[in-house]
Ligand binder design. Sequence first.
Ligand code: NAP
Length: 307
Amino acid sequence: MSDPAAFGRIALIGIGLIGSSIAHATRRAGLAMHIAGYSRSPESRAAAARIGFCDSLHDDMATCVAEADIVILCLPIGALGPAAAAIAPALKPGAILTDVGSVKMAVIRDIGPHVPDGIHFVPGHPIAGTENSGPESGFATLFDNRWCILTPPPGTDAEAVARLSAFWTALGSKVDIMEPRHHDMVLAITSHLPHLIAYNIVGTAADLEDVTQSEVIKYSAGGFRDFTRIAASDPTMWRDVFLNNREAVLEMLQRFTEDLTALQRAIRWGDGDSLYTLFDRTRTIRRSIIEAGQESAAPNFGRDKSA
Ligand code: NAP
């Protein structure tokens, strides 16, 4: 029986961090005869050619997807609708069309109307990434032991979902199936809000007048630098995430603001018990993340002592 995770030809529309990592991991697992990659900029295509993670590189989306058995859209969320419209006439009948976008309701809204009959659209989201972007930032182990969430709309072909699950599993991931609305809510608290907080705290520090920029940098090991890693994430990608998961992010932000106000009150009234109880509870959450294999147990995030 043929390997359900393997495809003859894979097309990657977008070869930044996620697209190039999929290419590396596909090669590592031997899952494709041919990996075709599209990128709009000559610089990114040149970088991809130099590294060599694609078998063919294209400056035209439709040419890239021709004859592909699976097409993976790896673009910022705001670019997905126009991309789906551009590739639709060129898709091979029976092909699987998927994406890696960090928001799912808006992606289904934008891509869905362009999907031709006979194409199996299975939206996806690998919960794996770094603060780096571009074709030089990808690596084969990015998805190892990380979750990938698939959000197939009702009526999606079960075999297509099973093949895509097998593909992500072969790339190193663990796969979950979820309702898109629930996905957006879960990611709003686990990913989108932490990014918003990091962008905000780094912005606040940058605007301070009583503390100099050089002091912020010099004393960053006190905690600040851990926010700067997240706040260095790609601005286009994250602008699109917030514009497209507005409802869920605003709901979580409301809860967050209420809880922050309670902390503010505890500090003002010298309520040490409330502060201690919360801080003790949050420690156990970090321990659970380490136990689940989603973070290193090494002190200081595994940084060496000189860092
Ligand atoms: P990236 O490294 O910045 O790569 C983006 C790719 O999209 C590049 O190939 C870029 O081409 C292309 N691109 C950007 N704007 C475009 C446009 N308007 N039209 C056509 N092509 C365009 O981004 P990434 O981190 O791989 O993110 C891609 C997707 O993965 C996003 O939807 C994001 O939500 C999702 N995701 C990201 C992470 C993460 O941590 N980074 C994790 C999970 C999912 P050029 O280089 O030629 O400009």
